[in-house]
Design a protein around this ligand. Sequence first.
Ligand SMILES: [Mg+2]
Length: 308
Amino acid sequence: MRLDFKGKYLGCLIGSALGDAIGELAFRFPDRNRLESAVKQAKILHYTDDTAMALGLAESLAERGLLDQEHLGRIFHRNFFNEPWRGYAAGPPTVFKAVQGTGISFVEAARRLFGGTGSFGNGAAMRVAPLGLFFHDSPNLYEQAAASAAVTHAHPLGRDGAAVQALAVAQALKLDPEKPFPLEDFLKDLLAGARTQEMREKLQILRDLLVSAVPAGEAARTLGRSVAVHESLPFALFAFLSHPRAYPDCLWCAVLNGGDRDTLGAMAGAVSGAYLGLAAIPPEWQEKLENREVIERAALALLKRTAP
Ligand SMILES: [Mg+2]
């Protein structure tokens, strides 16, 4: 069967943006009933920095036709300048300021963060979905994802997290949602892809938690709830892998168990959307998504550049 790449590209970016927006709401409405009614009552579902940066990455990839770190950095900087209120963490603006003030490259400025270790926050993984789509068939997916991360997240763990999330998106994209979900193979590929000890250990724990069907709250406690990428991405993957067949269930799980809710929603939503496609995302949510047309255009521009 031919996969519906158009539906999957759209599902990935719209799914991620909705995860971001609904996850952000979940900070104020942290239980299922209140969150569902908040989503129902909202006129517009507003996304945050996660989606703003994903759109920047999508734009850069579509425009350049490859990953160009300095071009990407300039687009991130421009988008931050235009909308500084999107909820950015301290890292990216510090990088932008250093580049502007001293003329060093984005990669060098990112390397100087945190006393020279670079960031291992989840900020590179949260935005990497467009790259997972763009390079889904490339043997250099890891390197490309790591290079996109290095524009703001230089630490090996920050780059590894972005690469594992890109791999998850690429794998999900290439799977047929009509067939049973191949959990073991999916996890095996992620484990083979991860290059840091921290991420590999977490993926092993993730596997154990899924096999023993541990409740979501306990999984979140075990995997971590911080903004460090190895303490947030594994739970986003848990949310998807424990609910591969239903986008809404995946999303509720991702954003209703504490931690960095908007980013958990963005990461889980991207993988779920890439697997199930746009049709699996409730239309009444899609209609309310802020700048939905912009996000759709970004997905279609990537599709034009890359799909078979
Ligand atoms: Mg955010």
